[in-house]
Design a protein around this ligand. Structure first.
Ligand SMILES: C[S@@+](CC[C@H](N)C(=O)[O-])C[C@H]1O[C@@H](n2cnc3c(N)ncnc32)[C@H](O)[C@@H]1O
Length: 192
């Protein structure tokens, strides 16, 4: 597809600048942003959950797509990152930006209550996966990125990635699409 003009969330550029200023390197790549935004838009009056806020880049994309009556809980255990996300996004009444371990937030969420999970950290992805998926409604999206095997990652991490993809592929409560673009996106829909 040809290059097109991207309409960015209002705060995106400022958050990106603040992210670069603190030298945070684990920021999400741009292409997943509009993808998350479109998925968020498909869940009108939705309840969304982001595990791993970082500085709020993808949070801003989720909010960009969400309807006025949707809500988003996002969690990160880094005070420095959360401070940036809160500074730029906390005035939006739809978002609750939580400084905590992801598993503590997962524990507080009722089963079958979430329409979309973007799992961008360890809990809810490499551990606490069953607990996170239990929160998801039937028909809800479970999205992860960084699923491409990379030569500059350790063999141990690459085999973790492969094990996670194999596990998700074999579950009979999920329909899975492995998308080989950007950092490698895996999109699952809960079916049972
Ligand atoms: C890949 S980054 C998230 C990037 C973010 N989604 C974005 O849009 O740029 C992963 C984040 O997970 C956070 N983190 C690491 N362990 C965590 C845990 N146990 N609970 C919550 N957050 C955690 C890190 O502080 C880091 O900000």
């Amino acid at each position: 597809m040809n290059e097109t003009v991207e309409i960015y969330p209002k705060q995106y550029e400022k958050i990106l600048k603040a992210t670069q200023d603190i030298g945070f390197r684990q920021l999400s790549e741009l292409p997943i942003g509009p993808f998350l935004s479109a998925l968020a838009a498909s869940k009108q009056s939705g309840s969304l959950l982001e595990l791993g806020t970082g500085t709020g880049l993808c949070t801003s994309w989720l909010l960009h797509g969400m309807s006025a009556d949707s809500t988003l809980i996002t969690v990160d255990n880094s005070a420095e990152n959360i401070e940036i996300a809160r500074h730029y996004l906390n005035s939006d009444p739809r978002v609750d930006i939580v400084l905590s371990d992801g598993e503590d937030v997962i524990d507080r969420i009722p089963p079958l209550s979430v329409d979309l999970i973007f799992a961008d950290t360890w809990p809810g992805k490499y551990y606490y996966l069953n607990e996170a998926l239990a929160c998801l409604k039937i028909g809800g999206f479970y999205i992860i990125d960084d699923m491409k095997i990379r030569a500059d990652w350790s063999e141990e991490h690459n085999s973790k990635i492969q094990r996670l993809i194999d596990h998700l592929s074999q579950r009979d409560d999920l329909a899975i699409a492995k998308l080989c673009w950007s950092t490698g996106i895996v999109m699952c829909v809960k079916v049972a």
